[in-house]
Ligand binder design. Structure first.
Ligand SMILES: [Zn+2]
Length: 86
């Protein structure tokens, strides 16, 4: 019988993302913020949602401009012209 590893895997990936994204949002050694280390609350936020905010410049264009995203535009071009990008 195998041990259920769901919780440990979830915790592993949460810790991994917190460590990886510690320099996001202007933090870190070369960051523009005065503080070099994120507090625990921000670490949780950046692990859950790495996007800085959801304003009209950073957010999804479908929400603000009723347009498709850049990825979807590229996908449409590749699908129509049958071109591989590699
Ligand atoms: Zn923004």
């Amino acid at each position: 019988m195998e041990k259920d590893l769901k919780r440990s895997v979830r915790r592993h990936h949460l810790d991994r993302l917190k460590a990886k994204r510690k320099s996001y949002w202007g933090f870190g050694r070369a960051g523009h913020r005065n503080r070099t280390e994120m507090d625990a609350r921000r670490k949780g936020m950046v692990a859950q949602y790495p996007s800085v905010c959801s304003c009209y410049m950073c957010g999804n264009p479908r929400k603000w401009w009723k347009e498709v995203t850049l990825k979807e535009k590229l996908h449409k071009i590749v699908a129509n012209e049958d071109v591989t990008l590699n």
